[in-house]
Design a protein around this ligand. Structure first.
Ligand code: GLP
Length: 245
């Protein structure tokens, strides 16, 4: 596990965008695993900026997103489909058909999750998976549990996640109670993992996840067992962890 410490959110975003664009340059038809939440917004903005300058070309890139709220339509401005189009897909030359987000409107959860898992497999797997980190240690929407979920599945969101995400909705009542998410097993199959984290409010969970025991109670802790993980974190997020060399 390699940890890069950056001075602030802007530098974290720039470093993460650097790593993602290096992947695209080295393998133009790569599969990027993408994430939502507030943390990756700066990374996407930076990628758009470099695309506009002619430095990154997304014309052959394929993407798979981690998760989607169950029940939200694609035109709902809180859906992750909408988020990805707003922050990245509509701003670069990616082919829309090459982008994939679980379909939250599919009522048959088992069918949709199996379809999504098979889709990732058929694309040859994820070359680099971008991840944020939830305050309770969730990655994608893999909430703290008694065991690590393997494949793409439907989850009940915890109260703390509903609380954390209500800022994007009119009220907590409007936050969907379920989501479709890649499983921990799906995420661990990615060839490379890039986790980004910013802010003092994440310092405790960073310490638990990456310097504590591997446990399904802290889903991100499993990343300690992946052979190629890069964490890009700002100083505030690393304020409670041992000093990095
Ligand atoms: C959300 C997403 C995660 C994200 C996390 C942190 O619920 N499902 O993929 O990493 O919560 O979000 P933020 O970056 O806004 O703190």
């Amino acid at each position: 596990m390699k940890i890069y410490e950056t001075a602030n959110y802007k530098e974290m975003s720039r470093k993460a965008a650097n790593i993602l664009s290096a992947q695209v340059i080295l393998k133009p038809d790569c599969v990027l695993g993408l994430a939502t939440g507030s943390t990756p917004i700066g990374t996407y903005d930076q990628l758009v900026d470099w695309y506009e300058k002619g430095d990154v070309d997304f014309s052959q890139v394929k993407t798979v997103n981690l998760d989607e709220y169950r029940g939200l339509t694609r035109d709902n401005d809180q859906s992750y489909y909408y988020f990805m189009h707003q922050h990245l897909f509509d701003r670069v030359n990616i082919v829309p058909e090459n982008t994939h987000v679980p379909d939250g409107t599919q009522e048959d959860a088992d069918k949709e999750c199996a379809r999504y898992e098979a889709l990732i497999e058929s694309m040859g797997g994820v070359d680099i998976q971008l991840l944020g980190l939830g305050h309770n240690g969730h990655i994608g929407f893999n909430e703290p549990d008694t065991s690590f979920a393997q494949t793409t599945h439907c989850v009940d969101l915890t109260e703390s996640t509903i609380e954390a995400n209500k800022r994007f909705f009119k009220s907590a009542d409007d936050v969907p109670r379920q989501a479709y998410t890649m499983g921990i097993g799906t995420i661990m199959k990615a060839k490379k993992i890039l986790l980004i984290v910013s802010g003092e409010d994440k310092a405790d969970i960073v310490e638990k996840a990456f310097f504590g025991p591997v446990t399904p109670e802290v889903p991100a802790s499993i990343l300690q067992l992946h052979s190629d993980v890069v964490i890009v974190a700002d100083s505030a997020a690393l304020s409670r962890t041992p000093k990095q060399k």
